[in-house]
Ligand binder design. Structure first.
Ligand SMILES: Cc1cc2nc3c(=O)[nH]c(=O)nc-3n(C[C@H](O)[C@H](O)[C@H](O)COP(=O)(O)O)c2cc1C
Ligand code: SF4
Ligand code: FES
Length: 574
């Protein structure tokens, strides 16, 4: 370990790792053992802090982190190189991550990239969760906060680059239950949140007791909004039966291309998420909550951080919440650019300081999740339903929507639509009705991407599909994370399908051979398609990935391509 950290790097690392967790190793190398395991969870925050402050992680900084945390350098290197937002090579202090994913690439993203040319400070990025305000760019700045540029402020950037005009569509947020406070309250004010009924549900939950809260959530029929549609009450009940300590984790990784609803909730109503997590913690008897938020959401991160501080000061987090003796706190962990970390077990590994690789299941998270402890993990939107369920009762909540798909759903509308944005509708609305809310399709509709990159394309014949779990299942499609992206007849569908295939090739963690090799072969087959496509080969790869992959990424990686073949947009089958 020859490389030494600079003074600035050492200062960042010292400030990031709490003194109580720092182990000085002088004159001998101790790697492993209890101390190392205790501190390993600080590895990603320490790497991220150096990246954020200095702009890259030098060998000296990596060595210093390893020395402080007792992590073998080869392992720390393996972790650092797993994440797109962490660089092990020196970079310019300002780096632009330009989205060239499906919503942005045909609406300015590719033009921005070609006008900038091949430069060390320009990196192409998968979806940044800003599809309603396409095109978008994440600016990563050494020593300062990162920020996002969207179409709203893109005109100046494009002009500065010597390009033409950039489109500036506004983004819409519409809904009167989950979204009722978004845009109506100051997201930085706890007082305003309380004025709009905030924290009444937590007080009510504490009066009811943990078992009754779980009962109401079960009665509500609430199912997970993160993609798998698992019943939330059953998950919580299973965790509450396990020995303590237990954890609650909020999955705010939201990296599925086309998805941005969780960002809108976190930016617009951060206290609602904190209250929801606290109720979940109370019901499951958890001592601590974690929010794992994607690194590309700097504004949502800052708003949540501010909200957590305000809640601690007001006794809404801490060792005696609302004077009830309930002890609970919430910590935020930032992802660093890896789609796979949204998979629940990969997310646990990421927090624990390992590569974000999914684990074999069983054991399931309810028995052995974060740090090997019983864990309830839920999506942001799922959780934000909970205060309503507590206040109005599970049965009343279940009266909204359909019997199998209760409540409302947030849909992320983007692509060739007049009014892209997040729309909340009662479960059971049809695809046509939701598209109409967003002003309808601009031009002649060719295809709609339903459910994101892990979902599938559907054609105009599906416009009367009711957007419920049961109707989607019946039609052989998935609502996934609520993506509805429309494409008109001017779009180059093969280019879009190839971008989705490249996404999976890039994001596969590489653990399982069928997924690692299969995602690459599918992308090559789409690239080769020239009036006809090797359907048999793609079906065979899809079967192998479905049969022998550890996680959902491999199971769904070929779905979009297969659905595009079904729509005939890749040519004849051969
Ligand atoms: C590849 C992959 C990526 C995922 N990404 C996310 C994500 O970004 N956000 C999310 O809530 N769930 C994501 N999930 C689903 C989670 O594994 C998990 O099912 C979910 O967080 C559970 O919460 P819910 O029951 O509230 O939906 C992903 C799953 C897979 C296989
Ligand atoms: S299926 Fe793919 S992403 Fe999932 S664990 Fe296997 S290699 Fe990794
Ligand atoms: S932000 Fe570019 S595709 Fe979503």
């Amino acid at each position: 370990m020859a490389a030494e950290p600079t003074a600035a790097e050492r200062a960042v690392i010292t400030g990031t790792i709490p003194a109580s967790e720092q182990v000085e190793v002088v004159g001998r190398v101790i790697l492993g053992g209890h101390d190392a395991r205790r501190q390993r969870h600080l590895l990603l925050p320490a790497l991220a802090a150096v990246q954020s402050e200095i702009g890259w992680v030098s060998p000296g900084a990596l060595n210093e982190i390893c020395r402080r945390l007792l992590v073998p350098p080869a392992e720390a290197y393996g972790v650092a190189t797993f994440y797109a937002l962490i660089s092990m090579e020196e970079r310019p202090p300002l780096v632009a991550h330009v989205c060239d994913d499906i919503a942005c690439r045909q609406a300015g993203g590719n033009e921005i990239l070609s006008s900038l040319g091949d430069r060390p400070d320009v990196i192409t990025s998968p979806c940044l969760g800003q599809c309603d305000r396409r095109p978008s760019v994440l600016m990563q700045r050494a020593g300062q906060d990162d920020f996002v540029i969207t179409s709203a402020d893109m005109a100046g950037v494009v002009a500065a680059l010597g390009g033409g005009e950039a489109p500036t569509p506004p983004s819409y947020v519409q809904g009167n239950r989950l979204l009722r406070r978004v845009g109506q309250v100051d997201p930085g004010s706890l007082k305003e949140y309380r004025h709009h009924n905030g924290y009444q549900a937590l007080a009510r939950a504490i009066e009811m007791g943990p078992a009754s809260v779980i009962d109401e959530v079960k009665k509500s029929g609430l199912k997970g909004r993160g993609g798998a549609a698992f019943p939330t009450g059953i998950k919580w009940e299973a965790v509450a039966r396990e020995p303590t300590p237990r954890f609650i984790v909020c999955n705010a990784d939201e990296s599925e291309p086309g998805t941005f609803k969780d960002r809108v909730l976190m930016e617009g109503d951060p206290f609602a998420l904190l209250e929801s997590i606290t109720i979940a913690g109370y019901a499951t008897g958890s001592s601590r909550g974690y929010i794992y938020i994607r690194g590309e959401y700097p504004l949502a991160f800052h708003r949540l951080q501010t909200a957590i501080s305000a809640c601690r000061k007001a006794g809404l987090l801490g060792d005696d919440i609302l004077g009830s003796g309930f002890e609970f706190d919430i910590e935020i962990r930032r992802g660093q650019g890896a789609y796979i970390c949204g998979e629940e077990t990969a997310l646990f590994n990421s927090i624990e300081g390992f590569r974000g690789e999914p684990r074999q299941k069983p054991p399931f998270p309810v028995q052995a999740g974060l740090f090997g402890r019983p864990t309830a993990i839920n999506n942001v939107e799922t959780l934000v339903n909970v205060p309503m369920i507590v206040l109005e009762g599970g049965a009343s909540f279940a009266a909204t929507g359909t019997s199998e798909s209760t409540g409302t759903r947030l849909f992320c509308l983007s692509g060739d639509l007049a009014r892209p944005g997040v729309y909340e509708v009662e479960s059971g609305a049809t695809l046509r009705e939701v598209l109409d809310l967003a002003g309808g399709v601009e031009g002649q509709l060719t295809a709609i991407l339903l459910g994101g990159a892990a979902g599938s394309f559907v054609g105009p014949e599906h416009l009367d599909l009711r957007l419920t779990f049961e109707d989607a299942r019946g039609a052989g499609v998935s609502l996934g994370s609520g993506v509805i992206m429309a494409f008109n007849s001017t779009r180059d569908m093969k280019d879009l399908v190839r971008r989705v295939a490249r996404f999976f090739r890039d994001e596969s963690c590489g653990q399982c051979v069928p997924c690692r090799v299969g995602t690459a072969r599918v992308e090559e087959a789409v690239a080769r398609a020239d009036g006809s496509i090797e359907t048999g080969l793609i079906d065979e790869i899809d079967r192998a990935m479905k049969d022998a992959s550890i996680c959902g990424l491999g199971h769904t990686a070929a779905s979009v391509v297969r659905s595009a073949i079904g729509l005939g947009v890749l040519g004849e089958s051969r």
